[in-house]
Ligand binder design. Structure first.
Ligand code: HSE
Length: 402
């Protein structure tokens, strides 16, 4: 078998991780032929002749069969991926925002151009979830796929809630360790997790939903009072992603912190680890766990895609082909804890019902059910409100009976 020549675009944390795993694994016949980088002034760990500043040098090189796109900027990544596909290259990418935003186009483009696009590293780092959803669960009736899809926020929650570290130091550590996005708001406000959820939902249920239609909130407004609420009841906080069937022909999805009990499989998933819980009709519940961020674990997932290309693998988008006829809805109720300080901040919320209220000197909370569709409407506003929201333990998302 001939050695595949790779054109690598981006040489940050994941790019370097890929280079490391590729040069330390024996089995795969692939080599990095050229690396395209943006910054001309950075010292590089590899010989200068390997680098270029023009992506076209890679895309136009007929000896390069596979483009591996590992840059930060989702818009630039989309243009490069599309250009590479039009040039007849197979592409491996880890860019979750780019994929979640353009998934329908990118699926169509693969069919139209007869090229392959693989992206296992985009979702949950080293956990091989996309190929499992496509292949292992191809004929399973999935009911719910949920879990922790962001390593940085899980790292911060572990450090803050379990070790008592302050939030800013924990975030700085997540950045220094190469877990966080360049703009860490994407991690802590649940956007990174949202993009991954959109991708995973497409492979679980065959439904591609635009990220802006899905509610996401994160841990950025977490206070010591919210942590105390969890600790007093023996609960932990986890930033949870969920996509699930609602009745026969609908599904819903969201990203929101959740209080979890010790018997919840997410309870012991700590630091940068991610977890995916697949609830299926026949296989029942299964848990995948692994490092969700970091150069080597994510590089390993990229390597696995490159390896899959060597035997002609491509996603079948089987759930889409099966036409499960599920439609996305936000007509659902979720039971939340809402921690706040100022009564005025409650005005954004319209509770369906309230089961508990607490008013202290410096802090208050309210527990009750809210409509998901109302939350979607205020998700931009929530980014600037000093309120912390989390799903209550042992509560389900309920369809609204009209
Ligand atoms: N910033 C991401 C995370 C990196 O923390 O999960 C992996 O996608």
């Amino acid at each position: 078998m001939e050695t595949i020549r790779l054109g690598l675009i981006g040489f940050g944390c994941v790019g370097q991780g890929l280079y490391h795993v590729l040069t330390h694994t024996g089995g795969i016949k692939a080599e990095v032929a050229r690396i395209c980088v943006k910054n001309r002034n950075k010292q590089r760990s590899l010989p200068a002749e390997l680098f270029t500043f023009e992506a076209q040098d890679l895309i136009n090189d007929p000896t390069i069969k596979v483009i591996v796109e590992l840059i930060d900027d989702a818009d630039a990544a989309y243009d490069l991926v599309v250009a590479a596909m039009h040039a007849g290259k197979d592409v491996v990418t880890a860019n979750k925002k780019m994929l979640a935003t353009h998934l329908t186009d990118l699926i169509a483009l693969q069919h139209q151009l007869g090229v392959k696009l693989l992206y296992e590293a985009s979702s949950c780092g080293s956990i091989p979830i996309i190929r499992n959803l496509e292949e292992y669960y191809d004929n399973e009736l999935l009911q719910r796929v949920s879990g922790i899809f962001n390593g940085s926020s899980n790292y911060i929650l572990t450090k803050v809630c379990t070790e008592g570290m302050d939030y800013a130091t924990a975030l700085k550590q997540a950045q220094d360790l190469g877990f966080a996005e360049t703009d860490p708001t994407l991690d802590v406000a649940g956007f990174d997790a949202l993009y991954k959820l959109v991708i995973i939902a497409a492979h679980s249920f065959g439904v591609v939903v635009a990220p802006e239609e899905v509610f996401n909130t994160g841990i950025q407004a977490l206070t010591a009072y919210d942590q105390a609420f969890a600790a007093q009841q023996g609960l932990k906080l986890k930033l949870q992603c969920q996509v699930m069937r609602l009745g026969e022909d609908q599904l819903t999805m969201l990203v929101m912190p959740a209080f979890v009990k010790p018997d919840n499989p997410l309870f012991n998933v700590e630091f940068e680890y991610n977890a995916v819980v697949v609830q299926a009709a026949f296989a029942d519940r299964q848990l995948f766990m692994g490092k969700g961020a970091g150069g080597n674990p994510t590089g390993a997932a990229v390597l696995s895609d490159i390896s899959a290309l060597t035997y002609g693998y491509q996603y079948g988008y089987k759930k889409q082909q099966q036409a499960l006829k599920l439609s996305y809805t936000t007509q659902a109720l979720i039971t939340i804890y809402l921690g706040y300080q100022d009564e005025a901040d409650l005005q954004a919320f319209d509770f369906w019902d309230v089961t508990a209220r607490y008013q202290g000197q410096d802090h208050a909370y309210i527990i009750g059910r809210v409509k998901l569709q109302d939350l979607v409407k205020i998700k931009d506003q929530l980014l600037t409100l000093p309120v912390f929201m989390a799903q209550m333990p042992d509560t389900d998302i309920e369809a609204i009976q009209l």
